[in-house]
Design a protein around this ligand. Structure first.
Ligand SMILES: NC(=O)c1ccc[n+]([C@@H]2O[C@H](COP(=O)([O-])OP(=O)(O)OC[C@H]3O[C@@H](n4cnc5c(N)ncnc54)[C@H](OP(=O)(O)O)[C@@H]3O)[C@@H](O)[C@H]2O)c1
Length: 309
């Protein structure tokens, strides 16, 4: 009798050491894939049988091209954090870390003719303008002059050159990633736990979220089905900020007694970066669902219960 064994692939992951990257690497390894990853930090580079790190510095156009050995699919998550004060230098780094990373991957693949067939890249729902009334799907084309829009447009634009060298591209417009250890959730939970939680600004801004496990499953789904194009990576039921705050307080069994934090206070505390907390993007998950993806966490409350418990 012939036995058929599914072989894992060799995947190249950038930004593998971050919040999303760590969870994605874990899943890739558990599914039998080998992970090569690029890191800008030499201290984060390890070499194990199925998990091998390689150094790069996109700003200086440096890359260890051995990372491409046997690789057909690249998962791109690299980018300087947007959760820092948006000084001019920080803004430049937020943008260039994303565009330089993709440009360097592209030029390396083109120059050395590496047989990469698909790049799946993080993008963000920040591409959609701030609106309390619109319901955004991937076909929406409008934009405005904000910094976030400019960053995400350029980021997605940096994927286009891959198509002309025969590499399929996918951009996943990721919403607010909910994770128990890192990212937005622990930051929102902190004040609520210590009895000074409050909704931010008007509180009626839409927040399109996704549970970290579902986000990892979206990446694996796109990888397996070789889906191309742009997909929103958000749960199907976004909520308004006040609702998110109330649900966290309910699960933590804490009262919410303070009035909403006014926008001018957020401006003082966060500067222009307050846009992350105050912008409203109600984003639709129908396209990835129509492709057959089944969310484990459709509603916010069970997602929060899972993460906070
Ligand atoms: N978390 C969210 O809520 C969310 C929402 C929407 C979109 N996204 C996007 O999804 C991607 C992954 O998110 P994440 O939360 O996992 O981010 P993260 O925790 O900040 O990790 C990003 C990784 O990018 C690498 N990086 C940092 N600065 C860099 C630079 N200057 N040049 C090249 N690489 C650099 C770092 O890896 P090394 O130190 O190993 O180089 C870092 O671990 C990001 O691009 C983010 O913008 C995230």
């Amino acid at each position: 009798m012939t036995s058929f064994v599914m072989m894992g692939q060799i995947l190249l992951i950038t930004g593998a050491t971050g919040l999303v990257g760590k969870a994605l690497v874990k899943q890739c390894l558990s599914e039998g894939h080998t992970v090569h990853y690029l890191s800008t930090q030499k201290s984060k580079i390890v070499s194990q049988t199925n998990y091998k790190g390689f150094y790069w510095n996109p700003q200086e156009n440096k890359i260890d091209i051995a990372c491409f050995g046997g690789v057909e699919v690249v998962l791109n998550l690299a980018g300087a954090s947007i959760a820092q004060r948006w000084s001019n230098a920080a803004k430049a780094s937020i943008l260039s870390s994303r565009t330089d990373a993709l440009a360097l991957l592209h030029s390396s693949i083109e120059t050395h003719n590496f047989p990469v067939k698909h790049i799946i890249s993080a993008s963000a729902i920040g591409i959609y303008p701030d609106s309390k009334t619109r319901y955004y799907d991937e076909k929406f084309q409008g934009t405005d002059a904000s910094f976030l829009r400019a960053v995400v447009k350029s980021w997605e634009g940096s994927l286009k050159p891959f198509q002309s060298i025969g590499v399929k591209t996918t951009a996943l417009r990721i919403g607010i990633v909910l994770d128990s250890q890192e990212g937005a959730l622990p930051k929102i939970m902190g004040p609520i736990k210590h009895y000074f939680g409050a909704a931010l600004g008007s509180g009626d801004q839409w927040q399109s979220w996704i549970h970290i496990d579902d986000l990892v499953r979206v990446f694996m789904f796109v990888l397996e089905l070789e889906l191309e194009g742009v997909y929103n990576a958000v749960a199907p039921n976004p909520v308004q900020q006040i609702e998110l705050t109330k649900l966290i307080a309910k699960i933590l069994q804490r009262p919410l007694v303070l009035p909403n934090v006014p926008e001018f206070v957020l401006k003082l505390l966060l500067g222009e970066m307050r846009a992350i907390a105050l912008e409203s993007q109600r984003v639709c998950a129908a396209k990835i669902q129509d492709a057959g993806f089944k969310f484990n966490y459709l509603e916010l409350e069970p997602a929060l219960e899972d993460l906070i418990a």
